[in-house]
Design a protein around this ligand. Structure first.
Ligand SMILES: [Zn+2]
Ligand SMILES: [Zn+2]
Length: 375
């Protein structure tokens, strides 16, 4: 037993303990019946809707109406009353307000969104990013010609660290000593992927103001394992993309969200996203036919290990996720989810998918049995 193990009070149904096989994991504290909801979370620390679905998904309840555009957008008059002294950029650009790239299924959802405390700060950075993205849209993106080159760079921990160290000692001081108006010329041209990542990081910075390190959610967030190295080894181009997203945000973030923004925070947000996100899936469809609308992070739900024969089923209702037992469990049983809709794949394919996307060799009971019987 370790002293000072945080996050042990997530729910009364299970304890979180270190395991020799898969980091931390969750174990039932009692015999619990099938269909019990053992965890319910809506305290996301960051969410993102895929760029291609940006107009088709409600940014409050995540409703998706089979490709139909959502009808409600925030207008200038909806936000005027929320602006504070700190929202200088938004105040001076209010006449050209584009809606911050947010769409809603109903005026109820839109107004619920607007009543989230200080949401205006998030709307402001979304609008800044959108404005920047639209202004540069017609410019040639030099990365378009360099994809193969960027994807063939060598990746190791020292290489990643030295890239960030260079930004710290050369790029940051250069920008810091520059007038705000001059900084814009150092803004990189970004693609829709980086634009979306910049929104995701902004969304996370916004939520981390609420879920600070004194909260269970905040503690769990900072405990998330970073998969930066594994992910970049697989997709070396991400090292380049991440720098573009970081530089864009460093130059554009308004005062309200840049307080805690630094290289370490950025790397943890991105690194922990790899392998810890949950998909925002279309509701009411089968696993095979549902759309992947986006993704979100629920640090308190990230202690569940994967099993190819999970005893927990995940589900979503609006902006809440539920973790429900799909069988009776006994006191001490490990409680597992499945990380993706892969349970119908063959043993080899399933295990390869887990290795490539979550960076581990699955040791669950189903895999052990199937491997044994194939020898
Ligand atoms: Zn909605
Ligand atoms: Zn398995």
């Amino acid at each position: 037993m370790t002293i000072d193990t945080p996050c042990c009070t997530v729910t009364p149904f299970y304890d979180i303990k270190d395991t020799p096989w898969g980091g931390r994991s969750c174990f039932a504290t009692d015999d619990i019946q099938k269909n019990t909801v053992i965890l319910e979370v809506n305290d996301t620390t960051g969410s993102s809707i895929q760029y291609e679905f940006r107009k088709e998904v409600c940014h409050y309840c995540f409703k998706y109406n089979n490709g139909k555009s959502m009808k409600f957008k925030i207008e200038r008059t909806d936000i005027e009353g929320f602006l504070s002294e700190d929202n200088k950029w938004l105040k001076s650009h209010l006449k050209k307000f584009r809606g911050a790239g947010l769409w809603f299924c109903s005026s109820d959802c839109m107004h619920s969104y607007l009543t989230i405390p200080q949401i205006i700060d998030l709307i402001e950075i979304y609008e800044i990013l959108l404005d920047n993205y639209m202004n540069k849209l017609k410019k040639h993106n030099p990365d378009d010609d360099r994809e193969a080159e960027l994807n063939s760079v060598e990746i190791s921990q020292p290489i990643i660290d030295s890239v960030w160290e260079n930004i710290r000692i050369e790029w940051l001081p250069l920008i810091d000593t520059m007038k705000y108006t001059k900084r814009e010329q150092y803004l990189p041209i970004i693609s829709e992927d980086e634009y979306n990542w910049a929104r995701f990081v902004s969304n996370t910075l916004f939520h981390l103001r609420t879920y600070n390190k004194d909260t269970e959610t905040g503690k769990s967030f900072w405990n998330l394992q970073s998969n930066e190295l594994n992910k970049m080894k697989q997709f070396p181009i991400l090292l380049h993309f991440q720098q573009l997203v970081f530089k864009t945000l460093y130059i554009l973030l308004p005062k309200t969200l840049r307080v805690d923004f630094c290289i370490e925070t950025f790397r943890h947000i991105m690194g922990s996203e790899y392998g810890n996100v949950f998909g925002i899936w279309q509701e009411g469809e089968t696993v095979d036919s549902r759309e992947s609308l986006g993704h979100w992070v629920f640090p308190r739900a990230s202690y569940f290990n994967h099993s190819c024969m999970p005893n927990i089923t995940k589900s979503r209702n609006r902006n809440t996720m539920y973790f429900t037992l799909n069988e009776d469990v006994h006191c001490g049983d490990e409680l597992c989810i499945e990380y993706s809709g892969i349970l119908d794949l063959t043993t080899a394919k399933r295990r390869q998918f887990l290795k490539e996307n979550w960076f581990f060799d699955c040791q669950c009971r189903k895999c052990r049995l199937e491997i044994q019987s194939s020898h």
